[in-house]
Ligand binder design. Sequence first.
Ligand code: SAM
Length: 314
Amino acid sequence: MVDLMCGTASVAEALRVNKFKVIASDIMTFARHHATVRLLLNASPDFKGMGGANYADLLQELNSIAPREGFFFREFSPDGAPLNGERSRQYFSSANASKIDAISKTMNAWRDSKRITEIENSLLRHDLVLGANRVANIAGTYGHYRSKWNKSAANDLELFPSTFITDPNINHTVIQGAAEDVSSQIQADLCYIDPPYMKRQYAANYHVIETIARGDEPLAVGVSGLREWRDQYSNFCSKVKIRDSFRQIFTSMQCPKFLISYSEDGLLSKNELVELFSEFGSVRVSELNYQRFKSNKGGQGGKLNEYVFRLIKN
Ligand SMILES: C[S@@+](CC[C@H](N)C(=O)[O-])C[C@H]1O[C@@H](n2cnc3c(N)ncnc32)[C@H](O)[C@@H]1O
């Protein structure tokens, strides 16, 4: 089974729990870390290179680390002074931003000196992304910070231990890349696709956790401090490009069945999608009536239809 645009990897994880062999992929680095933890581990790793310290010891060390005024403090906290001269941003409290700096620098040092493995690095970065999400001063996504402070942003950033699926089978695969590119490497019985359905690019709306996941210090551009994200641009957010991207996936992946989830609010209508998918085989649609997502900035509210398309290729 494939979860081609896995995001948090919650669907990939559910497939693993149900005993399927899973391939998960996504274009974003944070999604790769989430999928790595949820598919490739069945217990906390050994951290053999860390001189006898185990996972719990390392989290304790990271949680009690001395704060450091670095990139996150400068670019994303109210006491910082962004390099591009914009007014200070408030994605995190100054205390939490400098804690992220200290933790991220330490993880980089462990990774660069090869004291931790790639999978161990993914686990620690996954924990840091989740910890940052709990104290971020945002309304749903990181497209912009909030002008008023969320209550949760005043809490101290803390890394909590992940729990692991104990199923001994960890014969799964995690890939990072554009779905259109990775599809030709994949052979499977069924592929689930949950693409973005609006114009809003994930890379631009989750730039802060992408930076946490990578541990780098990119140029923070504009008022909101966006990192350069064009290399992670998604064709699924473009009405002009989306059709060819779907076609490329269906053509290049060796897979007879696809399940595609989409929303009534999406760039393409139900009928347009049925027409497109029918180029490749028989299509059936299931509809679910849902409460429309309403961020704390407002929004439309009300009900909308969510679709699941089932394509069986000719
Ligand atoms: C709606 S979310 C998926 C949510 C996921 N089902 C979950 O449970 O978290 C869409 C995902 O598609 C990814 N994405 C967008 N365009 C992509 C592309 N061309 N190739 C691979 N992943 C892409 C985004 O990074 C995002 O994680």
